[in-house]
Ligand binder design. Structure first.
Ligand SMILES: [Ca+2]
Length: 493
């Protein structure tokens, strides 16, 4: 059944147009001074949102997506208690453009981003997802990797009211490094002796960073369970290099060889999803919280990540589905169906529209996405997007990242450069894109190419990355939380 509690009237309308009953109630509250209880009762009706965005998690690397060597029981439970999407896309890979697109709710080419272009500002004339929710009164928290905007556009500057500080990394002693594998020595040397994935927690103990993040997830929800909250957790995991993954994690998988390290990192992500589900349950918030779980781009075959049944991925496989097709789960028992699959085309920029629609029944004009909830419930038939498009042609970007493509129904039209001829693949009989059928279907090639050209006409021109001097760290270092100040655009220190 569709959850309708907050979907009839925009929040602003509800605030601006109080009913006579509300006015009477407010007058009673003013007399009695019982504002806290009233606020809590009102706030508890607003749905919460937790958005989990894993780094480089492949389409085929979760149990619920067919992996047989990684126990991901908590993520599988999330899928069993929600909707598993099988055609969820990142239209702006990899990390940085993907996250910019996510936070703005639109194709990154709308603000001139046609490739990695790290340091390009995100627009300030339209709200980020976090700012949109902050302005509705949500506590907006961010944990983990950022990689969005300029060196001054940190989370606290673009709509988050608080951010988990970056804990100090564990330092390797020279004796430990002498005993370490050559590979680990090489990676740690690049980080001046600091660990990437072990940190020092507030108690002074060494802790796996993903596990530390999970404790911060719990802490955030413990502190905000009585008010509407939006939590964006984007772990540094499971990005390379996973050489530090301890046996205590990788031994829980059945993976072999190099893949054991990556799978161990995924197991830790799964553990944190378990902590999240437990803390939501503890506060009675499971049904009133939309949990979205996804990945910023596809698998990294260099770490033996899996895009199965598709081919390609990050690095040398960026011309195929595996780089852009990611696992995505939506879970909100009571509002969304449970144990269902959705096969229509969706993109990460739909998360913004869906969340905005759920929390306020409005979608900002700039958004490219749609409200997915009616599609996930089955209220609406068909694909959320008839077409999805790719145009990575930033001239100074790595050649492997150049990509022009269209998805429509089962088809994928693709070429690397505008000078190349189009290739066409039918992903149902040919998920690995080994049989180019463009010559057999010239009308489909023409149709999809024409749509791509129409879409490209609507984009902003390529933007130049400005030189922006780094100010204070965009995420402060230390333990606990940093809060937005007036200088950040927030209202509290
Ligand atoms: Ca990534």
């Amino acid at each position: 059944m569709v959850h309708t509690r907050n979907r009839g009237l925009p929040l602003t309308s509800r605030v601006l147009r109080p009913t006579s009953f509300m006015l009477m109630f407010l007058a009673m509250v003013a007399v009695s001074g019982r504002t806290d209880a009233a606020d809590n009762a009102a706030d508890s009706e607003q749905p919460n949102v937790v958005l989990i965005y894993i780094d480089d998690l492949g389409y085929g690397d979760l149990g619920c997506y067919g992996s047989e060597d990684i126990p991901t029981l908590n993520i599988d439970r999330l899928a069993a208690e929600g909707v598993r999407c099988t055609a969820s896309y990142i239209t702006n890979p990899p990390c940085c453009p993907s996250r910019c697109s996510l936070m703005m709710g639109q194709y990154a080419q709308r603000f001139g981003k046609y490739g990695m272009s790290r340091g390009l500002p995100i627009p300030e004339d339209r709200p980020t997802l976090a700012a949109f929710l902050r302005d509705q009164g949500y506590a907006t928290g961010q944990i983990g990797k950022w990689d969005i905007g300029t060196k001054r556009q940190g989370p606290l500057a673009v709509g988050f009211t608080q951010v988990a500080k970056v804990p100090p990394p564990r330092r390797y002693t020279s004796a430990e490094l002498a005993d370490a594998s050559k590979e680990l020595q090489k990676h740690i040397a690049k980080k001046n002796g600091n660990s990437k994935y072990f940190c020092i927690n507030a108690e002074g103990e060494t802790q796996w960073l993903t596990d530390y993040d999970g404790d911060m997830v719990v802490d955030f929800i413990d502190r905000h369970h009585e008010e509407p909250f939006f939590l964006y957790w984007s772990p540094h995991a499971v990005h390379s290099f996973n050489t530090e993954v301890p046996g205590s994690l990788s031994n829980r998988t059945q993976a072999r060889g190099k893949r054991r390290k990556l799978t161990g990192a995924i197991v830790s992500v799964d553990d944190q999803v378990g902590k999240l589900l437990d803390v939501l349950q503890k506060h009675g918030l499971r049904r009133n919280t939309l949990v979205i779980f996804s990945s910023d781009n596809g698998a990294n075959p260099g770490e033996e990540g899996s895009s199965s049944p598709y081919a390609g991925g990050k690095g040398q496989g960026t011309q195929k589905e595996g780089w852009v097709r990611v696992p995505t789960i939506f879970s909100m028992p009571g509002t969304l169906p449970e144990g269902k699959e959705y096969h229509g085309l969706i993109a990460n920029f739909d998360f913004y529209s869906t969340i905005a629609s759920l929390t306020s029944d409005t979608i900002p004009d700039h958004c490219d996405g749609v409200d997915l909830i009616p599609y996930l419930t089955g209220e609406k038939d068909g694909a959320a997007h008839e077409y999805l498009f790719w145009l990575n042609n930033q001239p100074d970007d790595a050649p492997r990242r150049h990509l022009i493509a269209v998805r429509w129904k089962n088809w994928r039209l693709y070429r690397k450069y505008a000078k190349d001829r189009w290739q066409l693949f039918d992903l149902v009989p040919d998920p690995r894109e080994e049989q180019d059928v463009a010559e057999a279907h010239p009308e489909i090639v023409r149709q999809l190419a024409a749509r791509h050209a129409e879409w490209a006409e609507t984009l902003a021109p390529l933007a130049e990355v400005p030189t922006v001097r780094a100010g204070r760290p965009i995420i402060p270092h230390g333990h606990g939380w940093a809060f937005a100040s007036a200088e950040d655009g927030g209202d509290s220190e």
